[in-house]
Design a binder for this molecule. Structure first.
Ligand code: URA
Length: 209
């Protein structure tokens, strides 16, 4: 699984531990997800395309490198992926965002699509799927298929926690996708929650249950 990157940086692991704690409150959880996303992104954009540019400093002329304004594009899987948007915006305030709405059918656990709105002209840009929990991997896989059908060639997943089953299922359907994670946990339980995980990421982000 050479395309799966677990970011073991102390800051990521420390913040993930705080996220997991049942006593962590909604306002704290939001801030932690934002920070972890920014830290995962720091790793995930290492090979982003750069262009040379002229510049003038207070002291004189120089040359520098910048990231193309069209890059990157983020696609949040509703609703929990919304919690990762502030972290992406923190590093890329000008970025374009898409949204994919999926929910898991309670009985079959199969993802059902109810919304898909993607920015135009994203075929050749670096695209990042924001999905904090890769449980069965069904939602992320479905979202990746939608992106591929929209012509997007280069997609990476940013996620806080995955179950081994989820990673395996995604790579089976999309063998070339890169996945950036803070942790791969033990397993899924009978209700397809990640164990030990952090509970329902959407509920913890939005104060629902
Ligand atoms: N979605 C979550 O938010 N948590 C899980 O453990 C599994 C899926």
């Amino acid at each position: 699984m050479e395309q799966v990157f677990v970011v073991n940086h102390p800051l990521v692991q420390h913040k993930l531990t705080q996220c997991r704690r049942v006593e962590t409150e909604t306002w704290q959880f939001r801030g932690l997800v934002e920070e972890i996303t920014a830290l995962l992104l720091y790793e995930a954009v290492r090979d982003l395309k750069m262009v040379d540019t002229d510049l003038i400093t207070p002291v004189g002329k120089g040359r520098g490198k910048i990231i193309d304004r069209a890059e990157p594009v983020f696609v949040a899987v509703l609703r929990a992926g919304l919690g990762m948007v502030p972290g992406a915006l923190r590093l890329f305030p000008y970025a374009r965002f898409g949204h994919i709405g999926l929910y898991r059918d309670h009985d079959t656990l199969v993802p059902v699509e109810y919304y898909c709105n993607l920015p135009p002209n994203i075929e050749s840009v670096d695209c990042f799927l924001l999905e904090p929990m890769l449980a069965t991997g069904g939602s992320a896989s479905h979202a990746l298929t939608l992106l591929r059908n929209a012509g997007v060639n280069n997609v990476r997943i940013l996620s806080l926690i995955a179950a081994p089953e989820g990673v395996k299922a995604i790579l089976k359907e999309h063998p070339d996708v890169k996945i950036y994670l803070a942790s791969i946990d033990k397993k899924l339980n009978a209700k397809a929650y990640i164990v030990p995980g952090l509970g329902d990421a959407g509920d913890r982000l939005f104060g629902t249950d």
